[in-house]
Design a protein around this ligand. Structure first.
Ligand code: NAD
Length: 502
């Protein structure tokens, strides 16, 4: 039974948003509810001409927006945060229907969206106090003083995926706005609905026309946008293959680029951990957001001394996870986002079966969900490190498990991956937590937990998990250029050419 019915699907904002105007697009793409497999609406797909108009609008407003003081920009970010708070139930319900994530998770996402705008409003204000910051460690006795200014990078193309549709957009929009950039946002064609409604918020808070432009559409729209010569920076979250294309486009134009890509993150469980708490975090670390998390700790390493006991409890609890309609009360796992992704996950599971890997839990569709792209939470055991399900990002609710004996072996196995987004370690021994933290080669380490994420902390991966950081102060600097200002301050002329006095 559905507990949510705030959104009138027949009354959604379904136009592109360009230069402060709502614009029709003749080409439209179907948006499917993954819980029912039915097309709920058709969203616009931006053409090359729309993309040119959006970049032009962003370029036109840039001189004004980028030279406002940070405090003035912050007022707009605060107003957006307030509007998102007010509209949280509607936005969360829409996100849940569009992406399949449980409603309670979509509610958290909306809290994060408003929290992130508030956080970057603070950094925009703080920026005013940092302009012309003196650099005081030039060599002593010199003829020069120096200071620094931080100025907006320019027009930003933000291209985002479908797993946290409005939140991933916010990770780009909020710091870019705070820094003074103007933006063209391209949400995923799979989940475009909350970004389209966000245009109404942009309009309501009176953001100057062109500061945020919202273009829905598929890979082609993204490709044209990322190759546009008048875009100064591309900020992208998505898969590695698309990241390669984006970086290639950026290389051609020597554009500033931030890439947040995939992962296959490890969770290491030592025998000194608190078993019950660890089981819960391990489940959350892999099955939250229906398992479609870039940072999912989907490779589980369990110390052999507690392997049987730990796995028995993990499998038992995993089998109790309530799978079903994401809007229904108590559901902790909804459907996979669409048929393409569902078939991809099922393909991994079929090949694992053929390889002889053991299915300790799940591996199929729940019997009471005949429609919708549902997969039961799955736990796989009895594999080698060469197994596809051990080494490849699945982006579904699939946890692959191996045992280890020593700490060194666990660290070696954890780091044996082309990715480096995150890692979790569970231990009751402080010194062990510290040793493992220092040896994991990744951008986030969670100790006795998995997946907590804060706007205040830099987010990003090492190795093939990406370049640069979203969030935190580093995620703000990513939208700022540094300008050094040097002033000649003595009475003396340079004296190099002996230019006579006039
Ligand atoms: P994707 O790469 O298929 O698509 C992401 C976005 O890129 C979409 O908007 C898509 O339309 C666009 N796109 C596709 N082809 C393009 C092209 N040639 N040029 C420009 N844009 C193009 O990824 P997805 O399937 O939407 O998302 C899943 C992936 O995202 C996973 O690999 C996951 O790990 C990753 N992800 C990473 C993070 C992170 O913070 N590191 C967060 C969420 C998701």
């Amino acid at each position: 039974m559905s507990s949510a019915n705030l959104v009138d699907i027949n009354n959604l904002q379904l136009k592109l948003y360009i230069g402060g105007k709502f614009v029709e697009a003749p080409l439209r793409l179907p948006v499917v509810d993954p819980a029912t497999e039915e097309v709920i609406v058709h969203a616009p797909a931006a053409s090359e001409s729309h993309i040119n108009q959006a970049v032009e609008a962003a370029r036109a407003v840039f001189p004004y927006w980028s030279t406002l003081d940070g405090a003035s920009r912050a007022k707009h970010l605060d107003a957006i945060a307030e509007a998102v708070k007010r509209l949280k139930p509607q936005l969360a319900e829409l996100e849940s229907r569009d992406s399949g994530k449980p409603l309670a998770e979509a509610m958290w996402d909306m809290d994060d969206v408003s929290g992130t705008f508030t956080y970057y409003a603070g950094l925009a204000r703080e920026l005013d106090g940092k302009q012309y910051e003196a650099v005081t460690d030039l060599p002593p006795g010199g003829d020069f003083t120096a200071s620094l200014r931080y100025e907006a990078v320019g027009v930003v193309a933000a291209i985002v995926p479908w797993n946290y549709p409005l939140l991933m957009a916010t990770w780009k929009l909020a710091p870019a706005l705070a820094a003074g950039c103007s933006i063209v946002l391209k949400p995923s064609e799979v989940t475009p609905l909350t970004a389209l409604q966000f245009a109404l918020i942009v309009e309501e808070v009176g953001l100057p026309a062109g500061v945020i432009n919202i273009l829905t559409g598929g890979p082609e729209t993204g490709a044209i946008l990322s190759n546009h010569q008048d875009v100064d920076k591309i900020t992208f979250t998505g898969s590695v293959p698309t990241g390669v294309k984006i970086m290639t486009a950026a290389a051609k134009g020597i554009k500033n680029v931030t890439l947040e890509l995939g992962g296959k993150s490890p969770a290491i469980v030592f025998d000194s951990c608190d078993l019950a708490r660890t089981v819960e975090w391990v489940m959350f670390g892999c099955f939250w957001t229906n398992g479609q998390i870039c940072s999912a700790t989907s490779r589980l390493l369990v110390q052999e001394t507690i392997y049987d006991k730990f796995m028995a409890k993990l499998v038992d609890e995993t089998n109790k996870i309530q799978v079903g309609n994401p809007l229904a009360e108590g559901v902790k796992m909804g459907p996979i986002v669409n048929k393409v992704q569902f078939d991809k996950v099922m393909g991994f599971l079929e090949r694992a079966r053929v390889e002889g890997i053991n299915f300790a839990a799940g591996g199929d569709r729940p019997t009471d969900c005949p429609r919708g792209y549902y997969v039961r939470p799955t736990v796989l055991t009895g594999m080698r490190p060469t197994a596809e399900v051990w080494s490849t990002e699945i982006f579904g609710p699939v946890l692959s498990v191996m045992a280890f004996s020593t700490e060194d072996e666990a660290i070696r196995m954890a780091n044996d991956t082309e990715y480096g987004l995150a890692g979790a370690v569970f231990s009751g021994v402080e010194a062990q937590l510290k040793r493992v933290t220092e040896q994991l080669r990744c951008g986030c380490v969670w100790r006795n937990c998995s997946q907590p994420c804060f706007s205040q902390l830099p987010w990003g991966g090492w190795k093939r998990s990406g370049i640069g950081r979203d969030l935190g102060r580093e995620g703000f600097k990513a939208y700022l250029e540094t300008k050094q200002i040097v002033t000649h301050v003595t009475e003396n002329a340079l004296g190099w050419y002996n230019v006579a006095k006039l």
